[in-house]
Write a protein that binds this ligand. Structure first.
Ligand code: UGA
Ligand code: MN
Length: 245
């Protein structure tokens, strides 16, 4: 089965280095198609330059966050990457038809073993994610292979207390379910999506040796100083930076 990895991405100084690192991980993964979704109204030259040299099967989608969320100043936590993932769901439904769907943020760290764990997902598979929330780990708790509950710093009564990087979906299953989508609700994206699949705990395939191995980490890259932010659009090519000439 082919893995379809949907990655939301947006312009910032660390965007291209993150994507270089991620793409060079993905180059080691057989049978993977990368769906890169840009959160913008217009394509950015630095991302197009990156894609021009990308040696991976990929699809580029332009998926801006709807203006009503982007410009709502009362909304402290934005539904990041939701337009991207919903467009990815639509794309795999229309064009992939089968395989496995994985939501892959552009800044996380992925062990190659993760992809072979998720590749044979029949409905929904789950595994631990390191370095996420105050507990620095989000994981299903299993006892003798049986699901007991969630270990997660943000339980909040969620039916599925998992991180975005902690699950994959079989595409044929998703199509069979029908109306599957992710809500524009910050903090409720994962749970909302998984609820829309109408699964129960007994449907979940727990991977990574009964969730005892960590193969993905929610790493975060610190943003550089303000000065470098001003030249972010030139970061991929220094020829236009006068100061260097
Ligand atoms: C938090 C959660 O811990 C993740 O599990 C979840 O996937 C993510 O939010 C989310 O809301 O999607 P965090 O590290 O705070 O993770 O989020 P980011 O890495 O900043 O963003 C998640 C993804 O959305 C990244 O791929 C990022 O490039 C993209 N993004 C972020 C956008 O497309 N637009 C934005 O304005 C911000
Ligand atoms: Mn992140």
């Amino acid at each position: 089965p082919i893995i379809y990895a949907v990655t939301p991405t947006y312009g910032r100084p660390t965007q291209i280095p993150e994507l270089i690192r991620l793409s060079q991980t993905l180059m080691q993964v057989p049978q993977l198609h990368w769906i890169i979704c840009e959160d913008s109204n217009t394509t950015s030259p630095q991302l197009q330059a990156f894609l021009h040299h990308l040696q991976l099967p990929y699809t580029f989608l332009l998926t801006p966050m709807p203006a009503k969320y982007r410009t709502n100043t009362k909304l402290v936590n934005k539904p990041k990457g939701v337009a991207a993932r919903n467009a990815g769901i639509q794309w795999v439904r229309d064009f992939a038809k089968q395989g496995v769907l994985y939501f892959m943020d552009d800044d996380n760290t992925y062990d190659l073993r993760l992809f072979e764990e998720m590749r044979w997902t029949k409905r929904v598979s789950m595994w631990p994610v390191g370095l996420v929330t105050g507990l620095a780990l989000s994981s299903p708790i299993l006892r003798h292979g049986r699901f007991l509950g969630w270990y997660d710093g943000y339980l909040a009564g969620r039916k599925f207390a998992v991180d975005m990087a902690g699950f994959a979906t079989n595409i044929e299953f998703l199509i069979k379910v029908g109306d599957v989508s992710m809500p524009y609700r910050a903090g409720g994206e994962e749970e909302g999506y998984l609820k829309s699949l109408h699964i129960s705990y007994s449907d979940i395939e727990f991977k990574a040796n009964d969730c005892t191995k960590i193969y993905v980490w929610h790493t975060r890259t610190s943003s550089p100083s303000k000065g470098s932010r001003m030249v972010m659009h030139s970061l991929y090519d220094t020829t236009n930076i006068r100061k260097l000439q």
